[in-house]
Design a protein around this ligand. Structure first.
Ligand code: MOS
Length: 767
């Protein structure tokens, strides 16, 4: 009998309730000390060769017969009204097939109706004004130039503090504050907590808007035929894009197919169908031909989102022994021109330490800049910089080792709800990480001529428990090959490989025989988006359940073939045998004898456990070297020590850690989207002026996984890992820089100019 129950699941702190249909008996996680052929190994990626040889098909590689090219005309101003738009010259250009503007495009509401595909009032530089469809790119570009637009420039505001002022230009008629006011969380009695504190510190921290810069820009190919709409999309969520397109165009879900075979990263910016997707579909419907749109790097960086810029005013009270007695955060968060949610900068303040008295106030502020999107641990990467800088400031004042002050504020239970964690290995992550790093804070400062070295650390909390709904099938074919089917996509983390490992493990077959088919909604096996570090923990358990279902069916069939009771049969090394071994048959033999029959195992992700928090943790350590003459900061070494539950593949897990650490290093030292406040335009929407870390800046990175046994979270005991590695790096580097300099830099990125400036200040102080 199937049972229906409700469970809660979350993506990046946005909770939802889900019904779960439980089909089979609960599958328990593998026990401690279980031995594996594939799980936990350094299994090389099953699609690595396809990727490096160019055989893998990305959206940009999709080429269909008769395919047209679509391109956008974008607003050059931060705030403007379209007075007049004339496309007649452009329409006359040979090879132009269609031009869409607000005049001839149906209203398609976005951001809950606050915006449309085309607006007459444009609220940020790069907002879409017109869309040209042509036979080739050159023609499309000529047509864009031939469109005449008359704009009325409107007063604009690009700075969130300016936007909060009474007389600031209004981004929206209702005002510049998201939902009209800040969101507040209050715990205990902060006023009393500050009164009882032996030490009270106040500081303001600032973080920059950062750009995703996925290797693959946003891209789509849409083809509308009488049978329905097919879209190849570079997306983190094929099912979500399908649902949105079905809503937008009022067509049945079954008439929309979304395909994403391979993608070159998303980092949070690729959940929703973009205007490029919607217009490509409209254009294909109108022309009857497939339409392709690939955003250029600068279009991407003007219109596809960013990590929100923040200002964090932090007040923290500590007891003499280092325990936090009260904390207050007031955060100003630059959402850009539109937003559906506010990144949770308060997240780490609320979740990382046992803080008895806490107040957090978060202002989401609209400005005439690119609407923000999720970006790898949105809110937490920003908030952790403020919180973990403050922890080091207190440690310094009190005379405690930074590691010690963190241990003294360790949360044994989830601080906000008071519930237990399904598992928490942060203490081990601290201690093992510190040992591996050679943490010796007091002696970490070493000066030689103009160079000074020092160490710093930070802690990390994040979600990543995943959840239902997620469904998979594991198919055993007559030739002995196995297919894992589920419509999830691979954001680039190695999803195909880990799913193949899980199936190969449960069916005891060589992984080479497993083929994973994903990235296509027409499989009709729902699975959630690749986000919130939740892909593995959501879909992995469903694949394991499907593989176990297939194995059970296999044993049932074998018992009849071998004429042996089911209870004495076991599956080992690809053979089904009686316990004594006197009767046996290999999986291939059995399947071959069965003939044209594919055995199909089905699996569903079970509910999340009631009354537990599923969270991930890390301790990150950095060694930096600073040039006192130039202010240049070089990161020499990072040790990133993680509790992400059971690790399924050590190789792909290390890939996530190295990638996150390097992206965090960029955020710490290099990356900032710069806005010219006089014109309101973006100075560096390109890869020349927006600095990203390269191999030159990449330090030695050591990944540690502490792997606590987690028997509650899901049937794998695995938790997320995609986002945690970026979260604490900026704070760890800032803390090391502060130790080296003897003065703190409170604003990211820590550029050479800021280091030189800070040194000047330090000198003045000592004079
Ligand atoms: Mo993420 S920021 O859920 O890709």
């Amino acid at each position: 009998m199937v049972r229906v129950r409700k469970t809660r699941a979350e993506i990046e702190g946005r909770w939802r309730e889900e019904f779960v249909v439980e089909e089979e008996e609960k599958i328990t996680p593998w026990p401690a000390g279980a031995s594996f052929r594939y799980i936990g190994g350094r299994v090389k990626t099953v699609d690595g060769v396809a990727k490096v040889t160019g055989a893998a098909t990305y959206t940009v590689d999709v080429s269909l017969k008769g395919m047209l090219v679509g391109k956008f005309l974008r607003c050059p101003y931060p705030h403007a009204r379209i007075i007049r738009i004339d496309t007649s010259d452009a329409e006359r250009i040979k090879g132009v097939r269609a031009i869409f503007t607000h005049l001839n495009t149906p209203k398609i509401p976005l951001y809950g109706g606050a915006s449309n595909v085309f607006n007459t009032v444009l609220k940020f530089q790069g907002e879409e004004v017109a869309f040209v469809v042509a036979e080739d790119e050159g023609v499309a570009e000529d047509a864009l130039e031939a469109i005449a637009v008359e704009y009325e420039r409107l007063p604009f505001v690009v700075d969130p503090l300016e936007a909060l002022k009474e007389d600031a230009p209004k981004v929206h008629s209702e005002g510049n504050v998201f939902h009209g006011g800040p969101s507040r969380v209050l715990r205990g009695n902060p006023a009393q907590g500050f009164e009882e504190a032996d030490l009270v510190l106040e500081e303001t921290f600032r973080t920059s808007a950062a750009l995703h810069n996925s290797l693959e820009t946003h891209s789509t190919v849409a083809y509308w035929t009488p049978a329905g709409l097919t879209v190849w999309e570079s997306t983190q969520a094929v099912n979500h894009v399908r649902q949105r397109l079905s809503q937008i165009f009022s067509i049945p879900l079954s008439n929309v197919r979304v395909i994403c075979e391979y993608m070159g990263g998303g980092f949070g910016a690729k959940f929703d169908p973009g205007k490029h997707t919607i217009l490509a579909a409209l254009a294909s419907r109108q022309t009857g031909r497939p339409v392709k749109v690939v955003l250029s790097r600068s279009e991407e960086n003007l219109s596809a989102g960013c990590r929100a810029q923040t200002i964090q005013r932090v007040k923290a009270g500590f007891k003499r022994d280092g325990r936090i007695s009260a904390m207050r955060l007031e955060a100003i968060i630059n959402l850009g021109a539109y937003a559906e949610w506010v990144p949770l900068v308060s997240g780490p303040y609320r979740m990382l330490y046992q803080i008895p008295n806490l107040e957090t106030i978060e202002w989401g502020v609209y400005t005439n800049t690119t609407p923000h999107t999720a970006m790898r641990a949105p809110g937490f990467t920003e908030g952790t910089f403020g919180l973990e800088s403050m922890m080091d400031m207190a440690a310094e004042e009190i005379g405690l080792d930074p590691l010690e002050i963190r241990l003294r504020n360790y949360a044994e239970k989830e601080p906000e709800s008071g519930v237990n964690y399904t598992s928490k290995g942060l203490r081990d992550a601290y201690l093992i990480g510190a040992e591996q790093f050679g943490w010796n804070y007091a002696r970490s400062v070493r000066r030689e001529n103009n160079m000074v070295r020092a160490a710093g650390m930070a802690s990390v909390v994040w979600w990543g428990g995943g959840g239902p709904p997620a469904y998979a099938e594991v198919k055993l074919n007559r030739d002995g090959t196995i297919q894992v089917l589920t419509s999830t996509q691979d954001i680039g983390t190695g999803t195909r490989t880990i799913l193949a490992q899980i199936a190969a493990e449960e069916l005891s077959v060589p992984i080479e025989r497993v083929n994973v088919v994903i990235g296509d909604t027409s499989l009709e096996l729902f699975s959630p988006g690749s986000g919130g570090s939740g892909t593995l923990a959501s879909i992995g358990p469903a694949v394991r359940a499907a593989a176990i279902d297939a194995r059970n069916q296999l044993l049932d069939i074998a018992s009849q073939f071998l004429d042996a009771p089911r209870e004495i049969l076991e599956l080992k090394d690809g053979r089904i045998q009686t316990k004594e071994g006197e009767k046996s048959i290999s999986i291939e033999e059995l399947l071959t004898q069965l003939g044209d029959f594919a055995l199909v195992g089905r699996g569903a992700r079970g509910p999340n456990p009631d009354g537990y928090a599923v969270e991930t943790f890390a301790a990150q350590f950095a060694d930096v070297e600073l040039d006192l003459e130039t202010g240049y900061v070089k990161v020499l070494k990072v040790v990133s020590s993680h509790d992400s539950g059971r690790i399924i593949n050590r190789l792909t897990a290390e890939g996530q850690v190295i990638g996150g650490v390097v992206q965090g290093l960029g955020y710490a030292l290099l990356e900032q989207r710069l806005v010219d406040t006089s014109s309101g335009t973006i100075i560096n929407p390109n890869l020349l002026d927006y600095l990203l870390p390269s191999s030159f800046e990449t330090p030695e990175v050591t990944a540690i996984f502490v792997e606590p046994l987690d028997i509650h979270a899901n049937n794998l005991g695995a938790k997320g890992l995609g986002e945690p590695p970026i979260i604490g790096i900026a704070a760890a580097i800032a803390n090391a820089v502060s130790k080296a300099l003897g003065v703190r830099i409170t604003e990211l990125p820590i550029t050479p100019e800021k280091v030189v400036e800070a040194m000047k200040k330090a000198k003045e102080k000592t004079r």
